[in-house]
Ligand binder design. Structure first.
Ligand code: DGY
Length: 339
């Protein structure tokens, strides 16, 4: 039995011999539920579990107490509207941190090492026409070398996922970690010094976004989506980056101006990009400016897509829902205090 089918076989089926009370209404298909179906079924519901593809603005139904999203991001939920109705919101932090960090490193490697071009060449049957040559399909190396002993890794957003991604990169010999985060939160010098010591880095420093873009060899975008971060990666910022640098986005597509990034790749302002998310997804077709860029590796929003992590996320979403319905403490509740 393959590992994948073994893991699939752990999808437990449960048989219940009596109606235990709650009505469970489940969208039966493995694709985003239709809006009309959701709106039809919400009235009379006490709780709803949504995915990041389900926009939650106004949900009718006086009985509704909780919206539980099976995601760490919750910008698809209009928190103001939901708070006004006194609803609780649950989300799934922590359980997906490792999976997203893993994929972020994968994207950095693939973008730097021409992963998209190489895979495409083989899949199109072109390997027989491709002659190995000393410098063909070469790209910038992520790990340090004797001749190139400094690697600066940048993070836009320095929360849980960024810090775990940083830990993944330590064995590559990185030397500096730079980050920019919420300008209103002061630098945490003690935490940064502790991280530098723990990972044996020359520095972990909070810098402004211009220095971050200028200095980073790989820049990871791992900040929340929403209006505050809309197109924070724009033409101005991309023009400051090194020609050999890599941009990785595993947060939300809205942080990056796709047209500016496509131009940056086309005109060689940066080396490559690895994207798990693109603004306007899933409408990212073959004629999308980023899909046309050979040095842009794009995967379809799968950063948390490991069997282990998705099971944890589903469990956490159900636990949040049940706790809120029963009036208990939710394992992970969105703080609505400053909404
Ligand atoms: C989330 O849960 O918000 C992530 O985007 C999933 O990859």
């Amino acid at each position: 039995m393959s590992v994948a089918s073994h893991l699939h076989s752990e999808r437990f089926k449960v048989v219940v011999c009596r109606n235990l009370g709650p009505d469970l209404v489940i969208w039966p298909e493995d694709r985003a539920c239709e809006r009309s179906w959701l709106m039809e079924n919400i009235p009379g519901a006490t709780g709803v579990i949504v995915m990041l593809t389900d926009k939650v603005r106004s949900l009718s139904g006086p009985s509704l107490k909780v919206v539980s999203t099976m995601s760490v991001g919750y910008e698809h939920i209009d928190l103001k509207a939901v708070a006004q109705r006194g609803l609780k919101v649950g989300y799934t932090p922590d359980v997906l941190t490792d999976a997203v960090a893993d994929l972020s490193v994968m994207l950095a490697l693939m973008a730097g090492r021409n992963g998209g071009v190489g895979v495409d060449l083989v899949q199109k049957g072109q390997w027989p026409n491709f002659s190995w040559a000393p410098f063909s399909l070469c790209g910038p190396q992520l790990s340090t070398t004797a001749a190139s002993p400094t690697r600066k890794i940048g993070f836009l957003g320095f929360g849980r996922i960024a810090q775990v991604t940083l830990a993944r990169l330590v064995p590559f010999g990185i030397t500096h970690c730079l980050y920019s985060s919420n300008p209103s939160s002061p630098p945490n010098h003690a935490r940064d010094a502790a991280l530098a010591k723990q990972h044996n880095l020359q520095a972990v420093s909070k810098v402004d976004i211009d220095e971050l873009s200028r200095e980073s060899d790989v820049l990871f975008i791992l900040a929340p989506g929403g209006s505050d971060t809309y197109h924070v990666v724009d033409e101005r910022l991309l023009r400051k980056m090194k020609r050999t640098s890599i941009l990785v986005n595993a947060s939300r597509g809205t942080l990056v101006d796709s047209d500016a990034l496509a131009k940056a790749l086309r005109e060689g302002w940066i080396w490559g990009a690895g994207l798990d998310v693109v603004e306007g997804e899933p409408n990212v077709a073959i004629d999308h400016p980023l899909v046309k860029e050979p040095r842009c590796v794009i995967v379809p929003h799968v950063a948390s897509a490991t069997l282990e992590t998705r099971r944890e996320m589903a469990t956490r979403a159900a636990q949040n829902l049940i706790a809120a319905i029963l009036g208990g403490e939710m394992p992970a509740q969105v703080n609505m205090a400053n909404v």
